[in-house]
Design a protein around this ligand. Structure first.
Ligand code: PMP
Length: 326
């Protein structure tokens, strides 16, 4: 018998799943780290826990201190659950463009949710700055996931270490999209420490500036994406010095086709960033040729986006592919 004590110990230890459809299509082993199985439903439970633990260790989170964060939703859900289990009130600032399902999940957890207009980072009304000012005004802890490197350290020590253990360290490449960069940088650092020849590839949605940054050195974006929680216009502290060997850009139509196939052929209902990640893994696998192993991350589940990614009206209005069974 193996019992995990409470929410904290239930985070992480997720399976590494061989994705049969993508593996068959590419002749490679495409392996997905099943982060949608975390208690809060996403990869961000790990970052939330790592950042809370780091603040406790630094003495900046005495019992009862409000935890304040700006988030696309998933970090907020992780923080709200942990706040409940560990005794901290949680205040979340989120752009109003994020899915209704994530807003509902945050309210269900009892988070104090404030929705703000979606404006660029340079605007003082951006959700990140609103969260910082709210924390200052209330004597709360601003988690600051983008520039708090406890996020990346947590992924290096848990997500990265688990991938190495579960794959026996035998992998050729890793693909990952970036929101804060914590996952890509943390896992990348763990993989490179084990074997510098493992290729770390950035998977970028349209509308993000990182593909251009990696390929031309200039932070520049074009287009847009319906995916949530990923895409970045600046080099966050978590991304600073991340080991990145290559970058691929994936548009929404390609990501959606991969997501629809994963539902019908693999039995996995996943969120948009997982579609970007798996599509990128398949591109890298085709470049490497048959017989290689490519690992990626299944960041969250599709139920969180049913009103968007899996809503025929939403897709049709944007000229995106609609699955024939919906
Ligand atoms: N996918 C989803 C669904 C997310 O919510 C996030 C985090 N915003 C990411 C991917 C990106 O992860 P990271 O912040 O570690 O770059």
């Amino acid at each position: 018998m193996h019992v995990r004590n409470g929410l904290v110990e239930a985070i992480g230890h997720t399976p590494l799943i061989r994705l049969e459809g993508p593996s068959k299509a590419t002749g490679c082993a495409i392996l997905g780290k099943a982060e949608f199985l975390n208690p809060g439903g996403s990869i961000k439970d790990r970052a939330a826990l790592a950042m809370i633990r780091a603040a406790q260790a630094a003495g900046t989170l005495p019992p009862g201190t409000p935890i304040v964060e700006g988030t696309a939703g998933n970090t907020g859900i992780g923080l709200a659950l942990l706040g409940n289990a560990l005794g901290y009130p949680v205040r979340i600032v989120m752009p109003e463009t994020q899915s209704r399902e994530k807003q509902d999940a945050l309210r269900l957890c009892g988070a104090d949710l404030r929705l703000v207009k979606a404006v660029p980072y340079r605007d003082p009304g951006n959700y990140v700055h609103v969260a910082r000012r709210l924390a200052e005004a209330e004597g709360g802890l601003w988690v600051n996931q983008f520039d708090n490197t406890a996020n990346r350290d947590g992924h290096r020590d848990t997500t990265g270490a688990e991938i190495l253990r579960q794959s026996g360290g035998r992998l050729d490449a890793f693909t990952c999209a970036v929101g804060t960069g914590g996952t890509l940088a943390g896992v990348g650092l763990a993989l490179k420490a084990h074997d510098p020849d493992i290729r770390v590839v950035l998977a970028d949605p349209m509308g993000s500036a990182l593909y251009a940054w990696h390929t031309t050195g200039e932070l520049k974006s074009e287009g847009s994406s319906i995916t949530e929680g990923i895409g970045q216009g600046r080099i966050t502290a978590n991304l600073e010095g991340a080991p990145i060997d290559g970058a691929v850009r994936i548009d929404d139509a390609e990501a959606l086709r991969v997501l629809f196939d994963l539902i019908r052929h693999d039995g996995l209902v996943l969120g948009g960033s997982s579609g970007i990640n798996v599509a990128a893994a398949m591109r890298v696998a085709r470049d490497l040729g048959p017989g290689h192993t490519v690992v990626t991350v299944l960041c969250d589940g599709g139920a969180r986006y049913q009103s968007k990614l899996y809503n025929p009206e939403f897709l049709k209005a944007r000229d995106l592919p609609v699955p024939d069974w919906l």
